[in-house]
Design a protein around this ligand. Structure first.
Ligand SMILES: [Zn+2]
Length: 320
């Protein structure tokens, strides 16, 4: 299922159309890959992903045969991102663009509409969970990568897309994909072991965004959030009251918020209840390389640890 949240005209449309005209007038100046030379001087195809989490997963499959980069930077808000003219120029030179799909990147369909670069939707084939409430009710929950089992499907889609792009190295991508899928399985097993050890009374995950549906499903946790999907209008008084009621009713010991959004609304929940702030979780972005989650596997390990320690009272987070 494809969902297009983008309904209003976009200012970049005009500059893209102007760019296409320039290309038509001077074909050679718009040939892709001409500047795709890596730091070691090798001419590798360039794969662009929409956000940092996908870039890390893709890099594990690509190995040293492709150059993988993320359009958005670490810490960026990816749902409502506004591409820059520089992003458009980079994308026009890319050999392949990967997006998550499921409506995650509200800006993406418009972004690629006028570009020649092929693109692949890496979530194709996963079992979709729907958003339970809010204005996005019944639409797919886009945060499918929060289940490492789903990411095994992402990897298969990447292997296919990379092999189509660079058939000579198909066996290489296949082998990298298989090795990374084994690591994903280890992280998935560990995640389920850690979280399923929580006592029944502490098996509730309360977060800012409803980004943990797949993880909560895998680990058998109940899930509650302040808002369903990061958007321009969030944390209404009703949404905060709803989270407060849930925490009080279920004696939830700790609540959490994600790295890419303000934790201020969750602070209100902490003030109004007996819950502590359990810590910052990572979902929509990796951290910087010297931060707590430089890779996707680190992200899942980190979140499982913060959730387990928060809910069992081993450690409290500090509100950012
Ligand atoms: Zn999100």
């Amino acid at each position: 299922m494809r969902v297009n949240y983008f309904r209003s005209p976009h200012p970049l449309r005009l500059s893209l159309a102007a760019g296409a005209l320039t290309c038509a007038l001077a074909l050679t100046s718009c040939a892709p890959t001409s500047s795709n030379v890596s730091v070691d001087g090798e001419n590798r195809p360039v794969v662009l992903t929409t956000f940092t989490v996908l870039a890390d997963i893709a890099a594990n499959v690509a190995g040293n045969k492709l150059t993988v980069e993320s359009i958005t930077k670490v810490g960026a808000e990816i749902h409502g991102y506004e591409p820059t003219p520089g992003d458009i120029r980079r994308a026009a030179k890319a050999d392949l663009i990967l997006d998550n799909g499921l409506g995650l990147e509200a800006w993406f369909e418009k972004f690629v509409q006028d570009l020649d670069a092929p693109h692949a939707v890496v979530s194709d084939g996963i079992e979709i969970m729907e958003i339970a409430e809010d204005k996005y009710k019944d639409l797919p929950n886009p945060h499918a990568w929060m289940s490492p089992s789903n990411v095994q499907v992402y990897v298969e889609n990447m292997v296919k897309a990379f092999t189509k792009l660079d058939p000579a190295n198909g066996t290489y991508y296949q082998a990298n994909g298989a090795a990374y899928k084994d690591k994903l399985q280890d992280v998935q097993d560990q995640l389920i072991r850690d979280l399923s050890a929580l006592p029944t009374s502490q098996r509730a995950l309360v977060s800012c965004e409803g980004a943990f549906s797949y993880l909560a499903r895998d680990a058998g946790l109940s899930e509650r959030y302040i808002w369903a999907v990061n958007a321009e209008q969030q944390a209404t008084p009703q949404q905060i009251t709803g989270a407060i009621d849930f925490v009080r009713r279920n004696n939830v010991p700790a609540v959490f918020c994600e790295s890419t959004v303000s934790a201020a609304p969750m602070e209100r929940v902490v003030e109004a209840t007996d819950a502590v702030f359990g810590g910052t979780l990572y979902v929509d972005s990796l951290s910087e390389p010297d931060g707590p989650v430089p890779t996707y596997l680190d992200l899942i390990r980190h979140d499982a640890k913060v959730i387990t320690e928060g809910l069992t009272g081993v450690s409290n987070g500090v509100l950012p």
